[in-house]
Design a protein around this ligand. Structure first.
Ligand code: PLI
Length: 454
């Protein structure tokens, strides 16, 4: 057994508010955990995005920010880190991941084209659709089954890709978007064998692969743990081998890269790079900072080297599994196997006494906060939103609450508290009565929607 490969030298106090205060806070927030104030939260598992604790080396790097408008030295440090660790030659910094998605979608999708993915992510699909593209879910069926024990639920089903190409012609496919450690499926990994298979399928059709590399390191670690032949290969080597199968990536640095803000687009495609550089100056900033301060680029550059340290990533994913094991052992229904960044509670089984129209996952997230001050996130039908064409509510098969673990932030005692809170709530689940949506934004509704108790 080993403990965390770091020690703590700065702390931020947190406080558990009273039950009455929590009841008031969640009502004021319209029963949407996104609308809570963080000071009303005890343990914040809303997201692992931008919530990381940076290292002393990263903070030291922040003091070395070169805030020149053009050609800051930190840009070149970041470019070197991306080249060495991800393997892509060209870098376009952006303020965060969705900005890289915006640029990629606008430049690479002709209206009417398809973008097959291994399960949607909210912002990714939004940008594909805003560019006139059509998202197609090509993930293996097991990903939609919370109880399947498939170790690689993030894999692409090649038959689904083939059917899309047969029906519409391969030229109708703009690119294949591959998200390692698929967020909405539960942080589920793709196997290296599967990525290789997708690349072999795509190449003769001339269809590029563009990764959403947001959590590719967590995926690389799960390959090392689960895929035969990789036990003795470093996470850094696995990551680079996987990225070499694509033409580029979009990245939300707020996850794997261990920072609080940032992102980038990286590619080996010269034409794409030239066009992206033209576009980034319109929407983000000059192509050597793209919406980031010099100090932030330095923190990302340093985070990139830290994230591929095998001891770090084993500890990070190990903590997620530590929480998952406690819930599973107590019979709380969760999505299995546990993935890389979060434990996903299966709200359909947890709140089987409620009708699906009562927003089981939204209700569970609100109840968990009220009960224990733990903030989680709905990842189910509210997040899935409506079909842009028909206006109908989408009906994802997974109705989950995500307990998302920030990197290097909480101890396992915090995880014990979260586990006990979920277990207690599970015993008392019949007291949860469901919600009704009373305000619904037109896009990405989960961020700002409001609800009332039924
Ligand atoms: O939040 P951004 O704009 O830096 O990144 C968008 C984004 C892209 N891809 C994936 C797989 C994500 O998970 C992602 C953001 N995720 C958030 C905010 C989350 O809470 O999961």
């Amino acid at each position: 057994m080993t403990a965390e490969p770091y020690k703590i030298k700065m702390v931020e106090p947190i406080r558990l508010k009273s039950h009455a205060d929590r009841l008031r806070a969640i009502a004021q927030a319209g029963y949407n955990t996104f609308l809570l104030r963080s000071e009303d939260v005890y343990i914040d598992l809303l997201t692992d995005s931008g919530t990381n604790a940076m290292s002393d080396r990263q903070w030291a790097g922040m003091m070395l920010g070169d805030e020149s408008y053009a050609g800051a030295r930190n840009f070149y440090h970041l470019q070197r880190a991306v080249r060495e660790v991800y393997g892509f030659r060209h870098l376009v910094p952006t303020h965060q991941g969705r900005a890289a998605e915006h640029i990629t979608s606008q430049l690479r999708i002709k209206p009417g084209q398809f973008v097959p993915m291994n399960m949607y992510f909210t912002t990714t699909r939004e940008h594909v659709e805003r560019a006139g593209g059509r998202f197609v879910d090509c993930i293996v069926d097991s990903a939609h089954d919370p109880t399947s024990d498939d170790p690689f639920k993030g894999n692409v089903d090649i038959a689904k890709l083939q059917r899309l190409a047969d029906a519409n012609g391969p030229e109708s496919i703009a690119y294949i978007s591959l998200a390692p450690a698929v967020n909405m499926a539960g942080g589920q990994p793709m196997s290296m064998a599967n990525v290789e298979q997708v690349a072999r399928w795509a190449e003769p059709h001339g269809i590029p692969i563009i990764f959403d590399a947001t959590r590719a390191v967590e995926n690389a670690y799960l390959i090392q743990q689960r895929e035969p032949g990789y036990q003795n290969v470093t996470v850094r080597t696995i990551l680079k081998k996987m990225m070499a199968l694509g033409e580029g990536c979009t990245m939300s640095s707020k996850k794997d890269n261990l920072v609080n803000i940032g992102g980038f687009l990286a590619t080996d495609n010269e034409e794409f790079f030239a066009a992206a550089k033209e576009m980034v100056v319109v929407f983000e900033g000059l192509h050597t900072y793209g919406g980031m301060a010099g100090r932030d680029m330095e923190a990302v550059a340093r985070g990139i080297y830290e994230m591929v340290d095998d001891a770090y990533i084993a500890s990070r994913v190990g903590q997620v599994h530590y929480l998952g094991r406690q819930l599973a052992d107590a019979g709380v229904p969760i999505v299995t196997p546990v993935g890389g960044h979060a434990v996903f509670v299966d709200a359909d089984r947890f709140l089987a006494h409620l009708r699906p129209e009562a927003f089981r996952a939204q209700s569970l997230a609100a109840a968990l906060y009220t009960d224990s001050g733990v903030r989680a996130m709905e990842r189910g039908r509210v997040s899935a939103g409506r079909d842009h064409g028909s206006g109908e509510n989408r009906r994802p098969q997974l109705e989950t609450v995500r307990l998302t673990i920030p990197r290097r932030v909480y101890s396992n005692l915090h995880m014990d508290y979260v586990a006990q809170s979920c277990i207690d709530l599970y015993q008392d689940r019949k007291q949860i009565t469901g919600l009704r949506m009373v305000y619904e934004p037109a896009s990405l509704r989960f961020f700002q929607a409001r609800f009332e108790p039924r």
